[in-house]
Design a protein around this ligand. Structure first.
Ligand SMILES: *Cc1c(COP(=O)(O)O)cnc(C)c1O
Length: 467
C-alpha cells in the first residue's frame, strides 16, 4: 500500500515510512492511495475470530509491502495481551438498539490504548529492521501522555520523554505516567501550563541540530497507523450485530476526529454503516459545521469531557480530502484559507454530501451529568463523561430500527469526581490499577526553559555512556 499526502506536495511513502514520519512534510496528512475492499463473504469469514486475529486481517492490507502478515499477527496478539477483558472490546447492550462498544479495557483505561499499544510494537519492529533508534517527545495535559508511555515502555530502540504541567493534571493521570517501571521513560514535570509544555516540544522539533542528533519522533493522533489500529473494532462490533447482512449506525465521542474517521474507513472497506453520529461537548465546531456549514474556530472552553476539548479537529482534513474528490491542491487551498481566516469554506455540494452520512450532536456539562445518572438508573450502565455523550447521541439520532454502536472511550473510574457528582458514589479503579496510589512515582522537575529541557533529554539519551 502506498500513501499520499492530503496536500499533494510530500513524497509518497509506504506504511513503515508513514508510521515513522507521522505528519507529511507539506503539513498534510497521509492517506492510503486506495481503500482495501472486503467482500460480504470475506467480512463474514471474520465473524467469531478472536479480536487480535480479526485486527491483523483488517490491518494487513494497509501494511502490505512493509510488514509481513505473520509479524503483524504476532504484534496484534502482544498488543492486546494485557487488556483487562478477555473479549478486548466487549459490546454491551444498553437499550433496545443501543450498544456500548467498550474500548477502555487497556492499560490506561482509554480508547487511545487500542491503537497505541499496537503502534508501540510497530515502531519497535520497523526500527529494528532499519537499525535506527528514535526519541519520542510529547506534551500532555493528561491522557495522551500515559497512553504513549504505556505503548512504548520497555520497547527497544525507543526512548520517550513526556512533558506534563506540574500540578495541573489529575492525580490519576499523573500517576499513570510517573509510576510506569521502564528505563526508557523520562517524565518531566514542567513549572508551567500545558501550552508551555507544548511550546517546548515544538521548539525541540524546530531546533534542527537537536532534532537530528536525537532523531526526534512523535506518536500524535494524525499518524495514519493510529487510524488503521482503530478500524478493526468497528468491524468486530458490526459483525456481532449482524453485518454485513444488516446495516448499523455508529455514534462516537469526538475530539480530533480520529476515532470516527476510522469508522468511516471501515465503511469504505465494505462494512455497511448507514450513519455516523459525531458527538461533542460545548466545544462543538464539528456539530456547527454539520448543522449549518459553520466550521469556524472558537476559544476552547474546559468541560467535563476534557479529551474532547478541541478548537480544530485535525483529522477532519482527511475526510475533506476524500469528499473533495482526493483533490490535494484543493485541500491544500481550503486548509490554507482556513488557517488564515479561522473559517473553513466548504462548497455546498461537498457539505451536503458529508451531511448525508454524518450527523452532529452536542451535550453541555449539565446535560452530561443528567445523562450519566439516567443511563445508570434506566440500564444500570455507568458511563464516563465522554462515553455518555456518544450513548445519548446514539439514542437520540440513530435511524429508526438500526442498531447503534456507541464508542465508549474511557473507563468511568478515570473520572471519579464527575461520576460522584452524577450518581453519588465513586467507581473503584480496576484490579490492575488498584494499587496506583501506592506505587512509587519517578519524574524530574524542570523550568519552562528550552535549554533546561533539551539538556535533560540529551542526558537521558546518553545515560549509559555517562554511567
Ligand atoms: C482522545 C479521546 C477522544 C477523542 O477522540 P478523537 O479520535 O480525537 O476524536 C474521546 N474520548 C476520550 C476518552 C479520548 O481519550
Amino acid at each position: 500500500m502506498r500513501y499520499v499526502s492530503t496536500r499533494g506536495q510530500a513524497p509518497e511513502m509506504d506504511f513503515a515510512g508513514v508510521l515513522l514520519a507521522g505528519l507529511a512534510a507539506d503539513g498534510g496528512l497521509y492517506m492510503p492511495q486506495s481503500w482495501p475492499r472486503f467482500s460480504a463473504g470475506e467480512l463474514k469469514a471474520l465473524r467469531g475470530l478472536p479480536y487480535p486475529e480479526l485486527a491483523a486481517k483488517i490491518i494487513a492490507p494497509f501494511a502490505a509491502g512493509s510488514i509481513e502478515y505473520i509479524d503483524l499477527l504476532a504484534m496484534c496478539r502482544r498488543a492486546y495481551a494485557n487488556f483487562a477483558h478477555k473479549a478486548i472490546v466487549p459490546l454491551v447492550q444498553v437499550d433496545t438498539n443501543l450498544y456500548s462498544l467498550e474500548l477502555f479495557h487497556g492499560p490506561t483505561l482509554a480508547f487511545k490504548d487500542m491503537a497505541l499499544q499496537l503502534v508501540g510494537h510497530l515502531f519497535e519492529h520497523v526500527l529494528a529492521r532499519r537499525g535506527e533508534k528514535v526519541r519520542i517527545v510529547g506534551a500532555t495535559s493528561g491522557d495522551t501522555g500515559s497512553a504513549a508511555i504505556e505503548a512504548v515502555a520497555n520497547r527497544k530502540n525507543i526512548d520517550i520523554t513526556i512533558l506534563h504541567p506540574e500540578g495541573k493534571t489529575s492525580e490519576v493521570q499523573r500517576r499513570q505516567m510517573t509510576t510506569v517501571k521502564a528505563d526508557n521513560v523520562l517524565n518531566i514535570a514542567v513549572a508551567g501550563n500545558f501550552d508551555d509544555c507544548q511550546d517546548l516540544v515544538k521548539a525541540m522539533f524546530a531546533d534542527e541540530p537537536f532534532r537530528a542528533e536525537m532523531n526526534l519522533s512523535a506518536v500524535n493522533s494524525i499518524n495514519f497507523a493510529r487510524i488503521a489500529g482503530q478500524i478493526p473494532y468497528y468491524v468486530y462490533a458490526a459483525l456481532n450485530l449482524g453485518a454485513p447482512e444488516r446495516e448499523v449506525a455508529v455514534a462516537v465521542p469526538t475530539g480530533n476526529f480520529g476515532n470516527i474517521l476510522a469508522a468511516w474507513a471501515a465503511k469504505q472497506m465494505g462494512l455497511p454503516i448507514a450513519k455516523f453520529i459525531v458527538a461533542s461537548n460545548r466545544n462543538d465546531i464539528l456539530t456547527r459545521f454539520l448543522d449549518a456549514n459553520d466550521m469556524s474556530v472558537k476559544t476552547v472552553e474546559p468541560s467535563l469531557s476534557p479529551s474532547m476539548d478541541i478548537g480544530v479537529s485535525s483529522n477532519f482534513e482527511r475526510l475533506l480530502f476524500e469528499f473533495q474528490g482526493c483533490d490535494a491542491a484543493l485541500t491544500a487551498k481550503t486548509m490554507a484559507d482556513f488557517r488564515n481566516s479561522g473559517k473553513m469554506a466548504v462548497e455546498a455540494p461537498v457539505w451536503q454530501a458529508i451531511g448525508h452520512q454524518f450527523k452532529g450532536y452536542r451535550l453541555d456539562d449539565a446535560a452530561t451529568l443528567k445523562e450519566i445518572a439516567r443511563f445508570y438508573a434506566e440500564s444500570q450502565y455507568l458511563a464516563d463523561p465522554h462515553s455518555v455523550i456518544g450513548l445519548a447521541a446514539g439514542r437520540d439520532c440513530a435511524p429508526v430500527g438500526l442498531p447503534v454502536i456507541a464508542a465508549a472511550t474511557a473507563h468511568p473510574a478515570k473520572f471519579p469526581d464527575v461520576i460522584e457528582k452524577a450518581v453519588g458514589s465513586r467507581p473503584p479503579l480496576p484490579p490492575h490499577l488498584s494499587d496506583l496510589y501506592d506505587r512509587k512515582e519517578i519524574f524530574t522537575r524542570a523550568p519552562a526553559d528550552l535549554h533546561a529541557v533539551e539538556t535533560l533529554v540529551w542526558n537521558f539519551a546518553n545515560r549509559n555512556q555517562n554511567a
